[in-house]
Design a protein around this ligand. Structure first.
Ligand SMILES: NC(=O)c1ccc[n+]([C@@H]2O[C@H](COP(=O)([O-])OP(=O)(O)OC[C@H]3O[C@@H](n4cnc5c(N)ncnc54)[C@H](OP(=O)(O)O)[C@@H]3O)[C@@H](O)[C@H]2O)c1
Length: 346
């Protein structure tokens, strides 16, 4: 490991990526980090310079050559932008391959997938049965279907690790909650809010009644934003100190620290809208098929799915998340209250 680390961070302006960037900037080795980050908003790119990172204005939809070039120079990639963008992933991997061919050095590739990869979308909110996925169970993890959400990118990354030019580590977060705070948010660089709760609240406001898929009996898990960001750092520290840290097809790390049924979320939103005169009843009702399509498009079955898992591999590394489901439900109440009381359209 060279004393100076070239880090490529994708997603620095995002909800998760901004919080990970903040933690990297506070890392004990931060003085040795040279962090580059492609950002599509030139104003945010300019502001990022004040944090000692090197922004490059780029959009992954168009600037794949730029991604390749950036990846060619990276010792470490933190990929926290778009879990399903296969062309972008291929471009980054191509850059790491060139680096390996030129230097013989493997890139550390820490990627973000999502629990949609294990979601059973046939459930449609009617029950919470089905498997709990264990990231230490390599046979079970290998059985994730190739058409599952995010899986095409994850499979591409496994192949690159198999070829040997990267060592890959994939974090699989469940529902992330909590408002991002800190200097990147205050500077108008980082998005403070998760992309998960607002669409559900927006749909509920639009129909004047909190909604859920089916009976909302389906089970997901949750994890708080700063706990997730800690996992990236715990994993990075493990990788640089222990060459045996599980990677490739073994290197899958769920992030969860609590379980909830969708109906619990719906009940809080329903009560909150009702109390603010913006909902017809304090009980959530099922979205009709038409409403599911209108509000969530092809993702409606995902909202009614089961995605149960155990973050055993992350905990074995020493990851200690602190927030639990009661914090998640309190966050749902806060977000619902802020939108209902402000009369906001989300
Ligand atoms: N939030 C969750 O609960 C959760 C849970 C599991 C998995 N995930 C996955 O983790 C990933 C990040 O999630 P997030 O919540 O942090 O999302 P986010 O707040 O929307 O952040 C996404 C980041 O990626 C950047 N980005 C996206 N497309 C880009 C493009 N074409 N060119 C350049 N930059 C691009 C965004 O830049 P801009 O600022 O320019 O938009 C932003 O920095 C997503 O793929 C999501 O599916 C999220």
């Amino acid at each position: 490991m060279s004393p100076s680390q070239n880090i490529l961070l994708l997603g620095a302006t995002g909800y998760i990526g901004g919080t990970v960037l903040e933690k990297l900037l506070q890392h004990p080795l931060a003085a040795d980090f040279k962090i580059s980050t492609p950002v599509r908003d030139p104003v945010k790119a300019e502001k990022l310079k004040a944090f000692g990172v090197t922004p490059v204005v780029a959009d992954f939809q168009y600037d794949l050559d730029m991604l390749k070039t950036l990846a060619k120079d990276a010792d470490v990639v933190f990929s926290i932008a778009d879990s399903s963008n296969l062309p972008a992933a291929k471009a980054v991997l191509a850059g790491t391959k060139t680096r390996f061919e030129l230097t013989g050095r493997q890139t550390i590739y820490i990627h973000t997938s999502g629990a949609g990869a294990i979601a059973d979308c046939t459930v449609l909110g009617m029950h919470g049965n089905g498997p709990t996925w264990d990231d230490l169970d390599e046979v079970q993890m290998a059985s994730i279907g190739p058409t599952q959400l995010h899986r095409a990118v994850d499979l591409e990354i496994f192949s690159a690790d198999d070829e040997g030019y990267i060592k890959s580590y994939i974090i699989i977060p469940t529902t992330i909650y909590g408002v991002a705070i800190g200097p990147l948010v205050e500077s108008g660089i980082q998005k403070p809010q998760t992309t998960v709760l607002p669409p559900l609240i927006a749909a509920s406001l639009d129909r004047g009644q909190a909604g859920m898929v089916g009976d909302g009996k389906n089970v997901w898990q949750n994890v708080e934003l700063r706990d997730v960001a800690d996992l990236y750092i715990v994993l990075y520290d493990a990788i640089i100190t222990d060459t045996m840290t599980a990677h490739g097809r073994s290197g899958l790390y769920f992030a969860e620290n609590g379980t909830h049924e969708l109906v619990q979320v719906g009940e809080i939103i329903a009560r909150t809208l009702f109390e603010h005169g913006r909902g017809k009843s304090p009980k959530p009702t099922s979205f009709t098929t038409e409403e599911g399509v209108k509000y969530f498009g092809p993702l409606a079955p995902l909202i009614g799915s089961n995605a149960k898992c155990s973050a055993n591999r992350a905990r074995a590394l020493g990851w200690k998340p602190t927030k639990t489901t009661s914090d998640f439900l309190a966050c749902v109440l806060d977000v619902a209250t802020s939108y209902a009381s402000a009369g906001k359209d989300v």
